[in-house]
Write a protein that binds this ligand. Sequence first.
Ligand SMILES: [Zn+2]
Length: 224
Amino acid sequence: MAKWIQSFEVPSTSGNGTYIVSQDRDGNFGCSCPQWRFKRRECKHVVKIKAQVQVVPRNYSRVTPTCVPGSVREVRKRDEDTLLVPLLPISDPHFLATVVVDLLIHGVEFFEIRHRYHLPSGAKRQDYIDHVLRYGRRIYCSLQQQDRSLETTHSWNLPEPFLPNEDLDAYHHRTGYPLDLITLALQRMPTATFEQATLTPTPLPPKPRAHKYGERRIIPSTMP
Ligand SMILES: [Zn+2]
């Protein structure tokens, strides 16, 4: 049975819900969609996530991605240089805090976010992070334009997957994503739920593998 070390939510192309693409230690991918679960055939969700991990040589002066409005449930990477950002519901500070933190984790600097969303001059980066840690991430329930209802989730997404055998520092240096937020995201990865749906008779582990792996990998150097 594959041991998934990280997983990613991918919107279904029909716009109804999301599938979870997971990666194991050897770099193999699986998906929660029927095509992968029942036929073990590579699906478009896996292809999409794979495309995000193609190694692009980067130096430390990487360009901040451009933010464009999109019909998305939460901040998502469209390609190497562009982020899709959901439209903000009117006067919802919790949703705003989530977008701020999601942009930070994708490498957008706080001063740019402050400018973009006209945040109060006294607002601090850590305040938004603390808010989301405490209350969860506020996102849209669906991608349907007419459905603007919101939900709160406690799982965080990584902006892009780790490469096989890549450690936290290497990931940080390759991508430029902030170490503190990557660490937080790893501790709160969405659970790979599709193991239950496969035909393997092996009982489920008591805790999601991705969570355990993430904890073991990051705690020693980051705990105060
Ligand atoms: Zn799939």
